[in-house]
Design a protein around this ligand. Sequence first.
Ligand code: ATP
Ligand code: PRP
Length: 234
Amino acid sequence: MLKLGVPSKGRLMEQTFDWFGARGVTLRRAGSDRDYAGSVDDADGLELVLLSAGEIPRELATGRIHLGVTGSDLVHDRLADWDRQVAELTPMGFGQADLVLAVPACWPDVDTLDDLDAAAAAFRRAHGFRLRVATKYHRLVREFLRANGVADYQLVDSQGATEGTVKNLTAEAIADITSTGETLRANHLKTLADGLVHQSQATLYASRRADWGNGAADILADLAPRLDVDPAAL
Ligand SMILES: Nc1ncnc2c1ncn2[C@@H]1O[C@H](COP(=O)(O)OP(=O)(O)OP(=O)(O)O)[C@@H](O)[C@H]1O
Ligand SMILES: O=P(O)(O)OC[C@H]1O[C@H](OP(=O)(O)OP(=O)(O)O)[C@H](O)[C@@H]1O
């Protein structure tokens, strides 16, 4: 069998089902909305596993699933050296969102990363602790700020409603996913001009760690033309 992990709910699940459906592979939830069992028509040997979008990177990295659909933000953030653990088979053209750095709109002198660096140093002198950046994307944000020479900050973990942390005085800046920008605006935040950390979209990945024996590689080879992916990417 070839195990395919797909987000278990919401638009990401529905659009994944539509994407496979348009390529002649019918994916379905087996039962009710609350039943996380899945079923597959029209693709022999393919097994559907419904999982949390956030857990799919780890399931790919441990090799418990052969294929997985999730946002590229989650793969790049959750997995160290992600491309040694998974192969990107194809971006899927939905679930687009930008991971951005944002600061209070009322900070007139902070529009770029250089400005943020200067503000962070001034903040530390004034307050005796480092400027706090709230995010759930720890790896991506650390790497991005290091690459751009911003050092005088601390990350604070925020697993949801991240834009609210500034108003709640638990952070001075945030890094979070945005698509329409409405949540940022509603929380009086502005993105830095050069603060785009990652452009994400739903992506089909293959595990480099899964067991590709027992026919799994053949099942992928059979599916590949319909999905327009190259199994040699593995
Ligand atoms: N507003 C948005 N527009 C488009 N994509 C988004 C938006 N918010 C989040 N996403 C994307 O959806 C994917 C899943 O997001 P998230 O980690 O929040 O999962 P979730 O909905 O909380 O699901 P779960 O708890 O099951 O993991 C991520 O790849 C993220 O980039
Ligand atoms: O730019 P916008 O269109 O306003 O979208 C951005 C919001 O969407 C996501 O939140 P989601 O609703 O998935 O919940 P979460 O904050 O709990 O992750 C994201 O975390 C932002 O808060």
